[in-house]
Design a protein around this ligand. Structure first.
Ligand code: PMP
Length: 391
């Protein structure tokens, strides 16, 4: 063993002692409710494939056709040799879907957040960021030369107080997840927009978990509240079922990003085949509202069932359904017992969530059927009683 490895073992042992050691699981089948996980058949209640599009035959066909024409890789960054007609067509489609003038693709939602937040707010500016924003927003704020102030989760009084206290900054940017990934709460974009108007601030929303899910046509939190934030960021890796991230806003904002966002400039473009898949998937989201209706039916069935068993369930009407267990070790035991019964759903513990609020984070998709949801409820009933979480 090298001295370097010894040092790393020490660091990993610290993580193990805190009960926070992470390991990879291997999925051996296509993303669908029933999968082989580490050689075991499991019903997966933790996927982001909310509308089942990752495995939709039409989306796969679009990717295959384009793969045959364009090859597997894009071969360069967008500013060199990587910019295909597919990238541009997809950007137009995203802009249209998000009702913005223009959009720009990034390799992931993570890199979209970092690209925007590290380039747009600058020295002399301040970013007001929700306490529970996603890691990519936090990292984007860290890379920005602007100052960052954290406001309490969806607490509009705290946000207003911070807006009042920051009057001397040059520009103010409010940044929030649209749907919070660990809580399933929806950011009150209507009230955020009102405050932004009153105090002359800009609004940036990361609609990663809302795109395709929230709003009458799945356009996201802006559609849900009937407001239009200055900038919408998102990912294609959740309800859209593919990969890549985007930022949408005005034409000049997109030109600004092309010239300033380092995660755009210095990244190899996603493959054209992936753009074609996203293009088709967005079309399905627009045309097949029944997928979203079925997702909402499943959300309701699962939530109602868990509540009537006596569980404390967090969140709003979204596909993210956190079930509070409390103690972190019990949450891990719960998740292991679920796996033994053929259900795959992770335990989420501090520091990702506050101490005493460890949880099983369930996500449900349009592809789950009644039998799978009923089975999950039966297993939650059994384990909950066994671990004395419910009576
Ligand atoms: N924002 C939020 C709120 C997310 O939950 C995620 C994914 N976990 C991302 C951004 C990052 O998106 P991507 O997976 O495309 O990098």
């Amino acid at each position: 063993m090298l001295p370097f490895d010894g040092w790393l073992h020490g660091r990993l042992n610290e993580v193990k002692a805190a009960g926070l050691y992470r390991e990879l699981r291997t999925m051996e089948t296509a993303p669908q409710p029933e999968m082989m996980v580490d050689g075991q058949k499991q019903i997966v209640f933790s996927s982001n494939n909310y509308l089942g599009l990752a495995n939709d035959k039409r989306v796969i066909a679009a990717a295959l056709n384009t793969l045959n024409q364009y090859g597997v890789g894009s071969s360069g960054s967008r500013l060199t040799t990587g910019n295909s007609d597919w990238h541009q067509e997809l950007e137009k489609r995203i802009a249209d879907f998000k009702q913005k003038e223009a959009a720009l693709l990034f390799s992931s939602g993570y890199l979209a957040n970092i690209g925007v937040l590290s380039s747009l707010p600058g020295k002399g500016d301040v970013i007001l960021s929700d306490q529970y924003n996603h890691a990519s927003i936090i990292d984007g704020c860290r890379l920005s030369r602007a100052e960052t102030l954290i406001y309490q989760h969806v607490d509009m009084e705290d946000l207003e107080k911070k807006l009042i206290d920051t009057a001397c900054y040059q520009r103010r940017f409010i940044v929030t997840d649209g749907v919070f990934s660990m809580d399933g709460t929806i950011a009150p974009l209507d009230r955020i927009s009102e405050l932004a108007n009153r105090y002359d601030a800009y609004v940036i929303v990361d609609d990663a978990h809302a795109t395709g899910v929230v709003g009458k046509n799945g356009r996201g939190t802006s559609e849900y509240f009937g407001v239009l934030p200055d900038i919408v960021i998102g990912t294609l890796s959740k309800a859209v079922g593919t990969e890549g991230g985007f930022a949408a806003g005005s034409h000049v904002f997109i030109k600004f990003l092309i010239n300033h966002a380092r995660t755009f400039i210095f990244q190899t473009a996603i493959p054209p085949a992936s753009c074609a898949a996203s293009y088709t998937a967005l079309g399905i989201i627009e045309q097949e509202g029944e997928k979203r209706q079925h997702l909402y039916y499943n959300i309701k069935k699962l939530k109602t069932g868990l509540c009537s068993l006596g569980y404390q369930v967090k969140g709003e009407n979204t596909a993210i359904i956190p079930v509070i267990i409390g103690d972190d070790r019990t949450a891990v035991t719960f998740s292991k017992k679920l796996q033994e019964k053929g259900i795959y759903a992770p335990a989420i513990r501090p520091p990702t969530v506050p101490a005493g609020e460890s949880r099983i984070r369930l996500t449900v998709t349009a592809d789950h059927d009644v039998k799978e949801i009923t089975y999950l409820l039966k297993v939650f009933d059994f384990i909950g009683r066994e671990l004395r979480i419910i009576k």
